[in-house]
Design a binder for this molecule. Structure first.
Ligand SMILES: C[S@@+](CC[C@H](N)C(=O)[O-])C[C@H]1O[C@@H](n2cnc3c(N)ncnc32)[C@H](O)[C@@H]1O
Length: 306
């Protein structure tokens, strides 16, 4: 192989491979890696390095990314035609998504990659890093860590004494464990990942001082009950970070939020309020256009208990 190709960062090699396999993505991904700051680039290289060390190849990662893109495209057609998501219950999606290890691995690797390549995901990660308390102590809980990137970030940057994560998917739990063991070694006693539905998970009695729940609310039948449990298990001054997707069809999105106001109503009904909020329209559109045309919007919020 040509040595200049060998020297190219993994992230650029991956983007080249994606663009070659899926030319429609080339426009969307143009310059994406150059828009990351040095720290983000280093984190992306670290994540890809971890995957390659495990024997995951760049062509396979390309396939993982394309799986997400193709799934979203298919569900978007359905959404435009039917004005609703295809599925509305956990039972309809669990076997083919959360409990299918092969699919879940492609999905979570793909999502891990989009968190560095898609502008809205990058912006939400910056918002997370900006607000994540680095000096507070206590107990940290993450719901639905998926690929494990947020959990790993929290463990490496924060001073909480105990870190727990709950994920309904055995594959997500395994991926999170592997990522943490590799990127934050020597901390085995500090963290734990369990396989469970957060709504019914047995949690220790003591409250959590930080709770992170990225891209989970749209995956559950009763986000109202989810948010109430978030409130119940956290301390009065807890850091509560939630992201969700609005008008965003995906194979396992079963609860349709149509705008940010609907999210805020759920939050208020659960006895919380948005202290900080980031609302990101679809690339090239305004929030108003997204509302009129039912286009995807990403939302991240730091919540406070009332
Ligand atoms: C879309 S991924 C989000 C991954 C990551 N948190 C992020 O922000 O990119 C959703 C994750 O939530 C998990 N999940 C879905 N429903 C859940 C539930 N009821 N309880 C716990 N985890 C759940 C899924 O298995 C998956 O790992």
């Amino acid at each position: 192989m040509n040595s200049s190709v060998q020297m190219k960062p993994l992230s650029l090699r991956l983007v080249d491979a994606i663009n070659q396999s899926n030319p429609l993505q080339a426009n969307y991904l143009a310059n994406c890696c150059y828009e990351l700051n040095a720290e983000e680039q280093a984190r992306f290289e670290g994540y890809l390095g971890f995957l390659l060390e495990r024997g995951v190849s760049l062509p396979y990662l390309t396939e993982c990314y394309n799986t997400i893109v193709e799934d979203i495209k298919r569900e978007q057609y359905y959404f435009v035609r039917h004005k609703r998501y295809r599925y509305s219950s956990y039972d309809e999606v669990s076997a083919s998504v959360y409990l299918d290890n092969g699919y879940m691995e492609r999905y979570m690797y793909g999502l891990g990659i989009t968190s560095f390549l898609w502008p809205n995901h990058v912006a939400m990660n910056r918002f997370f890093l900006q607000h994540l308390p680095k000096e507070r102590t206590g107990r940290y809980l993450e719901i639905g860590p998926g690929h494990g990137l947020h959990f790993t970030t929290a463990l490496s940057l924060c001073r909480y004494e105990a870190y727990e994560a709950v994920d309904v998917s055995p594959k997500s739990a395994a991926l999170t464990k592997e990522l943490v063991s590799s990127l934050v070694p020597g901390r085995d006693g500090d963290w734990n990942v369990t396989i469970s539905d957060f709504l019914t998970a047995e949690l220790p009695g003591q409250p959590y001082h930080a709770l992170v729940m990225g891209e989970v609310l749209e995956h559950v039948e009763r986000p109202d009950l989810f948010l109430r449990r978030v409130r119940d298990v956290t301390s009065s001054d807890a850091f509560i970070y939630v992201t969700t997707a609005i008008n965003a069809p995906a194979i396992d999105h079963i609860y349709l939020l149509r705008n940010a106001e609907e999210f805020e109503s759920l939050v208020a009904a659960a006895g919380m309020r948005c202290e900080h909020r980031l609302v990101l329209p679809y690339k090239g559109k305004t929030i108003e256009e997204c509302a009129e045309q039912a286009l995807p919007v990403n939302l991240a919020a730091v919540l406070k208990k009332l």
